[in-house]
Write a protein that binds this ligand. Structure first.
Ligand code: CTP
Length: 395
């Protein structure tokens, strides 16, 4: 934990054993002696100190929680890239504990596409991001970028630690299970440069795959048009095989293959329901007038998987619905669950600005008896864990 001494003092006062891992730059603000006095433990920035004790790895592996406060744009970028050129970087790669970051930087740096992309990668790996707050910044400017107050960091840290402890105590409940997950959105070509598609980012499916693999499953993740950054954690995971597809037909083939040996199937992908009857060989040109697209329905992949389900196989469907109220959402969900014949339906309310392309999600999970077994809200990783909890109960 680099940085904020108030947060650190609060943790020590709360009876936690705290090790401070300052970055070299942070020591220009507060020196080693102060950190040692506040944390009551030795402080170093070097991976070469205490080599006999393998300190550079031990700090990460023994931690129940890692808090980075303040987290600079530079530290966030290094974390996202997995750079381990100092003790903090090494600690972060070695740890499996929950990680909480409290960003602090100028608004322009916070809003920069690079920082936002890094935050996105970190969130997809389950890092808890607290803040930044909006307010006056060093240098007289004002805007989002202030580190949140120590109390708020402490609360986020303790919550992350308790959910981390719960996770550590629970999972491997999918060990030995084979899971097939589809994610992203299929695209149907119109001509060589155009397609019919949708706004699905693939984040929820990617989070579902990573959560299942973390809980011990062997996972095939069939991804339709998902950005590399979103698939980062899945691609690196030793128990996940990523299969990239484009059209609904390709997704259907890949999922049917994976389903043949899967214990659980989760169809998270937003499947294009229609394709053009005849894809134009040449680019459609304006001079030929406004094209009339003749659409034909795509097969319902989920229905095919349900029809071909192996004995004991659990099938999970997703439904992104627009609804004016929870009651309407539930009603639509119930009708869809019955129509699809799935064991669990994850119902997700979407609107023009909710559900897609966002880091957080809220879902209702319906079981085969149409009971709402969970109303889960949080990061896509938290929602993913709620889904696997429901799968575990439904078996
Ligand atoms: N699905 C599928 N194949 C399709 C359409 C949907 O496998 N051609 C799957 C999705 O992956 C999801 C579930 O079916 O798990 C529900 O998708 P949704 O688009 O909500 O359902 P539709 O059957 O397309 O119904 P709607 O008319 O509401 O779009």
């Amino acid at each position: 934990m680099p940085g904020s001494s108030a947060t650190r003092r609060a943790l020590v006062t709360n009876g936690h054993e705290v090790h401070v891992v300052p970055t070299a730059d942070s020591l220009r603000f507060v020196g080693t002696t102060t950190w040692e006095a506040v944390s009551r433990n030795p402080v170093t920035t070097s991976v070469h100190d205490d080599v006999a004790q393998v300190r550079h790895v031990a700090l990460g592996t023994s931690a129940d929680l890692v808090v980075i406060a303040p987290a600079t744009a530079n530290t966030l970028a290094k974390m996202a890239a997995g750079i381990a050129d100092d003790l903090l970087g090494v600690t972060l790669l070695a740890t499996t504990a929950p990680v909480v970051v409290a960003p602090a930087m100028h608004t322009a740096m916070w809003e920069h596409a690079a920082t936002q992309a890094n935050i996105e990668v970190l969130r997809s790996r389950g890092v808890h991001v607290v803040g930044p707050a909006d307010g006056p910044l060093t240098g007289g400017d004002s805007g989002p970028g202030r580190m949140v107050e120590p109390d708020e960091i402490l609360a986020a840290a303790l919550e992350a630690a308790s959910s981390g402890a719960a996770r550590a105590a629970r999972p491997t409940d999918l060990a030995g299970r084979r899971v097939a997950v589809s994610t992203g959105g299929t695209r149907e070509p119109i001509d060589p440069v155009r397609y019919l598609g949708n706004r699905s980012s693939g984040r929820q499916g990617a989070a579902l795959a990573v959560a299942a693999a973390d809980r011990g499953a062997e996972v095939v993740l069939v991804a339709a048009h998902v950005d590399d950054g979103v698939l980062d954690a899945a691609t690196r995971h030793p128990r996940i095989t990523v299969v990239r597809v484009s059209t609904t037909a390709e997704l259907a083939d890949a999922m049917t293959d994976a389903a043949a040996s899967a214990d659980v199937i989760a169809m998270v992908a937003a499947v294009a329901d229609f394709r053009v009857a005849e894809v134009s060989h040449d680019k459609l040109r304006k001079e030929d007038g406004v094209p009339l697209l003749d659409l034909v329905p795509n097969p319902d992949v989920l229905a095919g998987l349900v029809a071909g389900r192996r004995p004991g196989q659990t099938v999970v469907g997703f439904a992104a619905e627009t609804a004016d109220s929870d009651e309407e959402l539930l009603e639509r969900g119930r009708r869809k669950r019955a129509r699809k014949g799935v064991d669990l339906l994850i119902v997700n309310r979407v609107s023009w600005d909710a559900g897609f392309e966002t880091p957080d999600n809220r879902v209702l999970i319906l079981d085969a008896e149409d009971t709402v077994v969970a109303d889960a809200e949080g990061t896509k990783r938290e929602v993913a864990d709620a889904v696997w909890d429901a799968v575990a109960v439904s078996r």
